[in-house]
Ligand binder design. Structure first.
Ligand SMILES: Cc1cc2nc3c(=O)[nH]c(=O)nc-3n(C[C@H](O)[C@H](O)[C@H](O)COP(=O)(O)O)c2cc1C
Length: 163
């Protein structure tokens, strides 16, 4: 039995993750991309790690802008999360095409998502290659608690949709 036979994607997708939409603006370019591999990794300072494939348009934006927004979305934002997780900024301006309303940030330049439960403004402190993704570590410099509600969670159920 080789390694490929021992590793089931279905098994890995039983790990539940919170669905976030990561936003970033660098110069004239901007993007909003759905990311489930996100977690807090330190309390003091408050640090968030997001794992993003170098294939994503937003990958290089974050490397250039050295900042990003994290929108934690609720159950009502499933369609928006799927839109931002299936369209690419190589082809469309997702915020414009998806009629996704933004709000202004306080300490970063990247737009924030109006309908999110929570928006976190993050400044990039470190990044490193990890497997086929890049781990971006951001310090949370401002939080916006916008709405009460249950965060949207992804397991293999949502992941059965193509992305
Ligand atoms: C539910 C869901 C979770 C996702 N999680 C991640 C993730 O953790 N990391 C990642 O690089 N891509 C993830 N993706 C894929 C990207 O969101 C998708 O490829 C997107 O179209 C990239 O857009 P961009 O090229 O404009 O950055 C996820 C997609 C969905 C639908």
């Amino acid at each position: 039995m080789n390694t490929k036979d021992k590793i089931s994607k279905k098994a890995l997708r039983k790990i539940a993750n919170s669905v976030t939409v990561i936003t970033c603006q660098s110069g004239e370019s901007r993007d909003a991309t759905t990311v489930a591999w996100v977690t807090q990794v330190s309390n003091t300072p408050p640090l968030i790690m997001v794992s993003i494939s170098p294939k994503r348009y937003i990958h290089d934006l974050i490397a250039q802008a050295k900042e990003f927004g994290v929108a934690v979305v609720g159950e009502k934002s499933e369609q928006m999360a799927l839109f931002c997780g299936t369209k690419t900024a190589y082809e469309v301006d997702k915020l414009y095409e998806g009629n996704i309303e933004t709000i202004s940030p306080s300490l970063i330049d990247s737009p924030l998502i109006k309908e999110a439960l929570v928006n976190l403004e993050c400044k990039l402190v470190k990044s490193f290659d990890i497997g086929d993704h890049t781990a971006f570590i951001g310090e949370v410099v401002m939080t916006h608690l916008q709405y009460e509600g249950k965060p949207l969670i992804v397991t293999d159920k949502l992941c059965t949709l193509e992305y």
